[in-house]
Write a new protein. Structure first.
Length: 117
């Protein structure tokens, strides 16, 4: 859970971000969004600069991979009965989640920050 947001606000953020992604055409469960936010917090605790988006995305991606967090991709076009194998969470999805988190934090009046900030 993100420590700059309360548990309730983190849950609300996860749901809201999931809804924003759905409006963009991406079905991303709130639980996956919350996991990405949790791994973001771990990256911040490890010293990743909260203002360095590329480093934050890379750190979150590495943290998710280390925990073997994978997503089930939709079936390949034209192959309805055979879903694709689970894959690592794409960095592009992490970037989209963090982008929507920026918007949510702005609405909540909260700034993404390192643990000691």
């Amino acid at each position: 859970m993100s420590r700059y947001l309360s548990a309730a606000l983190t849950s609300e953020a996860s749901g809201w971000i999931s809804e924003q992604l759905l409006e963009e055409g991406a079905l991303v469960p709130a639980a996956l969004v919350e996991s990405i936010l949790d791994h973001e917090w771990r990256a911040l605790q490890a010293g990743t600069d909260p203002d360095d988006r590329a480093a934050l995305i890379a750190a979150v991606s590495a943290s998710l991979a280390a925990q073997d967090v994978r997503i089930q991709a939709p079936p390949a076009p034209g192959v309805e009965a055979m879903p694709a194998a689970p894959q690592a969470v794409p960095e592009s999805l992490i970037d989209r989640v963090l982008g929507w988190e920026d918007d949510f934090l702005g609405l909540a009046g909260v700034r993404r920050s390192a643990p000691d900030a």
